[in-house]
Every structure is written in structure tokens, then in C-alpha cells.
Design a protein around this ligand. Structure first.
Ligand code: ADP
Ligand code: MG
Length: 454
């Protein structure tokens, strides 16, 4: 077997078990260059691929090689084309302390030149299985901008850290010595700038300005959809930067292919470098992010509460953060940290995503199902306890979740007086505070309400 055949066999097997994006990233331009006394020398294109293969894939590669040739004992990864010597980016000290006024909610100042917000950095970015590919690519770019992955295209759902990661790269690169000239532009801003420049006949000026950057970061390029003029201008700017090995970093809420109304030539540019996704963080990572944010915001929150948030908010890191902010508001107003019950109460509407649609039918249905009642029972006027409580809860939730007026709720329940409804809501409110078991029930009902099919 030639080296090439040997390596091809390894690659063929590896490929079966990893995603195409990962495969292309770590195994492109790798080959076996020699074999001496049980050691196989594999050439890799950069230090980054070296690290990654050594740490993540070595065992698997070795296993495959040994099955083919029992005399192989170890693998040595060598960098074939040493990357241009770039200075290591200066790292800010870990656990950097923020001035007291900035703790909590104040945003750090956005740099006027780069548009970067210094609060987004690598030190406070938590890496987990859901974002490690994007993170790894970002780190590679910091080491060697314009060379390894150009463009880097990161996609994923809302609130999953795309902007954070993009800006972290920008911040690192603009801090290096000599600094890279970085420009971060949200795509809607770029669109309006282009439209205005065309209107004011200053498009040439804009072009000159864009040409000056070393690193261009455009966030949320899905908004380019249907914006033909912007696409055209951006296409030219892209080519110009790309040809001069300037780094381009893009983000979107979906992969290039799935962006509608965007020209093929631009799409193929987007896909021409590295495309990496960020997906949903797992529980451990969510908890790690929360701990990190709590430290950053100087929030003294019980670990039990952090766990509760991490367990219940699963789809969006931004929502995780806003849950924490809600607790901080409480802390500021009341001058004490919330206890578990208070926290749960504060977080009710964050935990069951308020953005999700609900309606009276769903609320009534969820309550009936939960208490195993027939549909109409909620509206009967029986004073039996097992009916009264669910009925009061239904009133309470119509008020709380849908902001129904008290008289409107009264009418819905067979013409009851609005004071009766107010009283019911008050009783439930108190019960929720006093009765742990009941508030858990309500939590479950709320979850049901927001997960029922339309
Ligand atoms: P996106 O751009 O994907 O919508 P953002 O980058 O704006 O999301 O992230 C939303 C919030 O969540 C930000 O405050 C960001 O700092 C935080 N965040 C997201 N992912 C992470 C992470 N992996 N580590 C730390 N914070 C994160
Ligand atoms: Mg964003």
C-alpha cells in the first residue's frame, strides 16, 4: 500500500463518522509523508489542524492505521506550510474586573472606529459541543487572519452567540500588534449605508473605506435577501478584499444555501471558505454560561436558581441572560437576592417563552387536561373544591398570560361579577406564593399551554 492509499483508507473511514464540515476543516490538505520504525508522519496545513488532530482524532486514526498495518505504533503530525509568523494576540487577563458602575446592565462603550463592543471577547465565551466548530474556526482566524478560512460563515438560530463570536474575533485582531483594521457592520446598517451612498453619489467613498480594512465582519447577512443593489456592491467589495487576503467573516440565521433571493455568485462566495454552525447548547453549557454571566454581572444568585434557569431555558442564550437580568433587577430594587420561590415567580414568563403564541382555548384545555376535568366543568357553577380551584386558576391565567380584563373574564365564566374574578386571581396569587406543590402544578400547566399544538 502506498502512503496515499493508506491515508485514503483512513480518511474514508473517518469520513463516515464526522460531519462534512468537520471533515473538510480538519482533514483537507493532510497526507502521510513518511513512515519510520512504527511512526507515521502526517503532514497538516497549520498548527491548528495539528492540535485538533492530535487531541480529537488521534486515537481513531491510530486505530484505523493499526488495523491496516500492525507495526504502526504512533503518529506524528507535522506542519507542512508554517503559517506566516503572526504575533499571538494579547490576551486580556482572565476574570478581568469591571468597574463597579459597569456591573449589571450598562453596556461597555462601542468603539467608534471598529463598531466593536469590548464586552464580547473570547475569555467570556463558553465553548461546548454546540459551538465548538465555529469557535475553533474563529480561533484559527485569530491566529492567521485572511489565510485559513476565508470567508468564515457562521450560522445558527437567534441568541446563540454568533454576534458574540464574530465580535470576539474582531476584538482580538484589533488588539494585536500591529493592529488589524477591523470593521464590524450589522448587515441592515450596511444596506442602509449603501442605499444612502447611492442616493448621495458617495458610493465611491464608501468603496474606498471598505477597501481600507483588514478584517470585514458583516453580521446577519440573511437580510441581504432581495436587496439587489447591496448584493452587487457587497460582491465587489468582497472580491476586492478576498483577492488581497483580507479576512471576511459573516453570520446568518441560516446556511448560505437557504438564504432566499440572493444571487448565486454571492451564495457561492459565502460558501467558498468555512461554513460552521452553532446549534443549541446542552444543559451543562447553559449552566456554565449562566455562571459566567453571573460573575460578570456580579450577581449573587443561588446555584439552585441557576440550575433552574439552565434546565428550563433551552433554546436561546439571550433568554438565559435576560432571566438573569430579571433577578438582578429584583436584587437592585429589593436590596436582597431572591430566594428560590421568588426567583421562580420572577421567571415565570421568561421560562415559558412569552413569544410563543397562546389563546384562551389552549389555557382552558391545558387546565382541563391537567386536572382531568371535562371541558365544560370549568364553566359550571359548582362549589366543589375540585372544580373551584381549576376555575379560579383559569381566570388567573387568562388575566396573567393574555391580559384579559376582569369583566371580560367574568363574562366568559357565565356572567360573573368582575370582583369575583379579582378575588379569584388574588387567591391564586397567594396560593402560588404559599404552596410549593401548587406552584409546581401551575408551572407544569404553563408549560403545557405553551407547548400545545395550534
Ligand atoms: P446571536 O448573534 O446568535 O443572535 P448573540 O451573540 O447576540 O447571539 O448572543 C446573545 C447573548 O448570549 C449575548 O449576550 C452573548 O454574550 C450571550 N452568549 C451567547 N452564546 C454565548 C456563549 N457561548 N458564551 C457566553 N455568552 C454567550
Ligand atoms: Mg446576532
Amino acid at each position: 500500500m502506498t502512503y496515499q492509499e493508506l491515508w485514503q483508507t483512513v480518511l474514508a473511514q473517518i469520513q463516515l463518522n464526522i460531519s462534512p464540515a468537520n471533515f473538510a476543516t480538519w482533514f483537507a490538505n493532510t497526507k502521510i509523508v513518511s513512515q519510520e520504525e512504527g511512526t507515521v508522519f502526517v503532514s497538516v496545513p497549520n498548527s491548528f489542524a495539528k492540535e485538533w488532530l492530535e487531541q480529537k482524532y488521534n486515537k481513531e486514526i491510530l486505530r484505523i492505521l493499526r488495523a491496516l498495518d500492525g507495526s504502526i505504533k504512533e503518529i506524528n503530525y507535522r506542519i507542512d506550510f508554517p503559517a506566516a509568523k503572526a504575533k499571538e494576540p494579547q490576551k486580556t487577563p482572565e476574570h478581568q474586573e469591571l468597574p463597579a458602575e459597569q456591573l449589571g446592565f450598562a453596556e461597555l462603550e462601542v468603539d467608534k472606529e471598529t463598531n466593536l463592543n469590548p464586552r464580547y471577547n473570547f475569555q467570556n465565551f463558553i465553548v461546548g459541543p454546540f459551538n465548538e466548530l465555529a469557535y475553533a474556526a474563529a480561533e484559527a482566524i485569530v491566529k492567521d487572519p485572511g489565510k485559513v478560512y476565508n470567508p468564515l460563515f457562521i450560522y445558527g438560530g437567534v441568541g446563540l452567540g454568533k454576534t458574540h463570536l464574530l465580535q470576539a474575533v474582531g476584538n482580538e485582531l484589533s488588539k494585536r500588534n500591529p493592529p488589524c483594521k477591523v470593521k464590524y457592520i450589522p448587515s441592515d446598517k450596511l444596506i442602509s449605508t449603501i442605499v444612502n451612498s447611492i442616493r448621495n453619489h458617495s458610493i465611491d467613498e464608501l468603496k474606498v473605506n471598505l477597501r481600507k480594512v483588514d478584517v470585514l465582519i458583516v453580521d446577519d447577512v440573511q437580510f441581504f435577501a432581495g436587496k439587489e443593489k447591496t448584493q452587487e456592491e457587497f460582491f465587489h467589495a468582497f472580491n476586492d478584499l478576498y483577492q488581497r487576503s483580507k479576512q471576511i467573516i459573516l453570520s446568518s440565521d441560516r446556511p448560505p444555501k437557504a438564504i432566499p433571493a440572493i444571487t448565486e455568485r454571492l451564495k457561492s462566495r459565502f460558501e467558498g471558505g468555512m461554513v460552521a454552525d452553532v446549534s443549541l447548547p446542552d444543559y451543562e453549557t447553559r449552566l456554565a454560561i449562566l455562571k459566567q454571566k453571573a460573575v460578570e454581572k456580579n450577581a449573587d444568585v443561588q446555584i439552585k436558581i441557576l440550575e433552574y434557569i439552565a434546565a428550563n431555558i433551552q433554546k436561546n442564550v439571550r433568554e438565559i441572560e435576560s432571566a438573569l437580568n430579571r433577578l438582578l433587577v429584583f436584587q437592585k430594587i429589593n436590596n436582597k437576592t431572591p430566594n428560590f420561590e421568588e426567583a421562580k415567580k420572577l421567571l415565570r414568563n421568561v421560562i415559558v417563552s412569552p413569544s410563543k403564541f397562546t389563546n384562551p382555548t389552549k389555557i382552558l384545555q391545558a387546565i382541563s387536561e391537567f386536572y382531568d376535568l371535562e371541558d365544560k366543568t370549568l364553566f359550571c357553577s359548582s362549589r366543589k373544591k375540585e372544580f373551584v380551584k381549576p376555575r379560579q386558576l383559569a381566570m388567573y391565567l387568562l388575566r396573567k398570560e393574555l391580559s384579559f380584563s376582569f369583566p371580560a373574564i367574568g363574562r366568559k365564566f357565565g356572567g360573573k361579577d368582575h370582583t369575583t374574578v379579582m378575588h379569584a386571581c388574588h387567591l391564586i396569587d397567594r396560593e402560588l406564593q404559599d404552596n410549593d406543590k401548587f406552584s409546581q402544578e401551575v408551572e407544569l400547566i404553563l408549560q403545557k399551554i405553551y407547548t400545545l399544538d395550534a
